[in-house]
Design a protein around this ligand. Structure first.
Ligand code: DLZ
Length: 173
């Protein structure tokens, strides 16, 4: 379905794992701060709604999205975390800066997640315009911060279930 037709953050509330006792890093980029702080609010609200204590949310801010992987590595080095959520917004401009930043962040977080075994969640908006960003930061297409939080809860739960030696996971048991 085209994104113009739906709220991209809609999810089935009943199917989200409980976050009680799980710990998360949240790394927020300061560039386009009105947008990224709206993502942050959506993210924190969603984690709290699903049982995560604010004491178990370890938040740091980084200057721009390019710094998200370094920030994620720092926060994961200081705290025992079940997942790290990275929030940013890179708006397309007259040059190709957005392509370089987005590629670097995606590759950086992928590599970091695979090397550390800690899920790294890509909560970065990559819009063509500010309006598209606002639509996805609490506007008509939802809030990417909510999506990122839901993804983090699900990935954290996979880790927990594996530790409990379940024979098959992720299929509603
Ligand atoms: C330099 C820059 C530009 C032009 N645009 C954005 C943006 O739209 N979103 C964002 O998060 N960061 C931007 N940055 C900053 C870079 O991410 C980075 O902080 C600097 O290049 C310093 O490494």
């Amino acid at each position: 379905m085209a994104s113009s037709l739906k709220n991209l953050s809609a999810y089935d509330d009943s199917n989200i794992p409980d976050g009680n006792g799980k710990a998360f890093g949240i790394v927020v980029s300061e560039w386009n701060r009105d947008i990224t702080h709206a993502l942050y609010e959506g993210c924190v609200e969603t984690l709290e709604k699903h049982g995560v204590s604010t004491n178990d949310m370890h938040v740091i801010q980084v200057p721009g999205s390019f710094e998200l992987p370094a920030g994620a590595k720092l926060v994961a080095g200081y705290h025992k975390l079940d997942a790290v959520i990275c929030l940013g917004c890179v708006i397309k401009g007259e040059t190709k800066h957005d392509e370089y930043i987005n590629q670097a962040v995606a590759t950086g977080l992928t590599n970091l997640g695979l090397a550390s075994g800690i899920p790294m969640i890509f909560g970065v908006l990559t819009p063509n315009t500010e309006e598209q960003a606002r639509d996805r930061a609490g506007g008509k297409h939802g809030n990417k911060g909510v999506e990122a939080a839901v993804t983090a809860l699900r990935m954290a739960d996979l880790r927990k279930e594996l530790k409990q030696s379940k024979s098959s996971i992720g299929f509603g048991h």
